[in-house]
Design a protein around this ligand. Sequence first.
Ligand code: KIV
Length: 279
Amino acid sequence: MPTSMLTFADKKRRHEKIVVITAYDALTAAMVHDAGVDAILVGDSAGMVFAGHETTLPVTMDEMLYHTRSVARGARSAFVIADMPFLSYQCGHDEAVRNAGRFLKEAGAHAVKLEGSDPGLVARLVRTGIPVMGHLGLTPQSIHVLGGFRAQGKTMEAAARLIEQAKALDIVGCFSIVLECVPTSLAAQVTQTVQAATIGIGAGIGCDGQVSVINDLLGLTTGYLPRHAKRYADFFNEGLAAVRTYVDEVRSGAFPSAEHSIESPQANAEKPSVDTTTQ
Ligand code: KIV
């Protein structure tokens, strides 16, 4: 059965953990689908782990549409959630609805994710027929207001504010809310308070599910690994070793060997045959 936003509600009700992983291209989407994820998030983290920016702020609509189309092609039956990039939904609800709609209409996404708390916008998107995943806590598009990639909801006031924001998003129909870098106890409290399925990243075990950035999980990074991320493979170093071997083999002449070369049939035909009659 293909997953949908209803899967999130079903799994929350049955206390089954929901698994979400990011992907930015068709091949990775096929891999995470085949591994059995419940949903694929085309995160604007693409701006950092794919495009090499310091933050997610430079990511554009065109870039996110390209990544989402690529993922939708590889995702088979997976539920695809497209992240709305910075300034694609903050400058007015009309523009936000149009941009969100493009992810479903042109790129094959099934839902969108947006950061922060704008219940009026979420209500309008849901009325338009666009399922919405919220995102609270550390919201990377607000990095300069937050003063860096820092944990959120650590004071009583901040925790109370986050709970109110989650309730507001829940009431207007978010099917799910990402909770990023907030204390485990706060995430668990939000999870028990809202109907929407909470998906944690750096928010402890008490959420309804977890999301991880695929590059962190595969070890396909060169720099800093956030404390909450767990590396399950070492793709960067395995790739590095393979490419080094290739470089060495080209330089030494070991590649291409006959096995990887094309023998021309004409060359065979033109080979002089040995004439034994005159001997
Ligand atoms: O952009 C992203 O990948 C995200 C996840 C970290 C939740 O927003």
